[in-house]
Design a protein around this ligand. Sequence first.
Ligand SMILES: C[S@@+](CC[C@H](N)C(=O)[O-])C[C@H]1O[C@@H](n2cnc3c(N)ncnc32)[C@H](O)[C@@H]1O
Length: 273
Amino acid sequence: MVQDRLPGKGEEDWYNMPLYYDIVFDQDTSSEAEFLEHVFALHADRENGNGLEILEPACGSGRLLHALSSMGHKVTGFDVSPQMIEFSKKRLIAAGYAPNLFHMEMDSFEIPCKFDMAFCLVSTFKYLLDEKSSRAHLQRVADHLKSGAIYVLGFHLSNYANRESQREEWQGSRKGTEVDCIIDSEPPDPDARLEQMQCVLNVRENNDKKTVRTTWQFRTYDAQQVRDLLSSVPDLELVGCYDFCYDVNEPRELESPWEDVILVLKKRNGKNE
Ligand SMILES: C[S@@+](CC[C@H](N)C(=O)[O-])C[C@H]1O[C@@H](n2cnc3c(N)ncnc32)[C@H](O)[C@@H]1O
């Protein structure tokens, strides 16, 4: 089951407004891109010769595809949102890079090429709402990796003991457009394995103000549920674990009740080279 992308009554989907998404998520882009290079050097059984071939499932506004292109890598991305793809394409072309972008879904994508590295950060993986689609996604990624290549997967873990709503709030701005982002998450439902999320973007531009309100659901995971899922995809092996500090000198164990994890999954050698 994949997230229903239609907004509810009176809502707009923030992914239909790539610029605002891009402004609020851009703050960590360079540390994430550098972290990906460091993780590759540490964990992949491959060389970074003249740049890597890199895939980003659900690439969104393409902020990381652009950063990695400027570091000399050959990037490919896909997303379910045509607006996001268009935004990403325009930015790559404006910077002089050839866009390699597709309109596809995480659990069914097919691209006729294999990659040195794939990555999917900021909890995007949790849009896959059930076991079947999350496993299908991991298997698809494994099938698109060269042997010894890695998949870097970052998302928030759920603490089922927590019964309080959580709020994250931050701001971003670019060329006269200011965006406040407030994300509320309801306590996770341990039986349904779902959490309700809401994002409010308060936008100010050209003396204009608007509010974009989006609600969605995420699938929930604690550390054991991650391990169980990974054990069902033997083509990928967990070889490293970090957190959202994006520091390879600070490896972690995959254990609850950590709030966020970045898993490094290596393609086992011998298949689909
Ligand atoms: C939080 S954004 C992440 C974008 C980008 N990866 C980044 O790090 O900035 C989530 C993206 O996932 C896309 N998405 C959600 N469900 C998807 C699916 N089933 N298949 C492909 N893309 C999906 C959305 O359209 C959105 O662009």
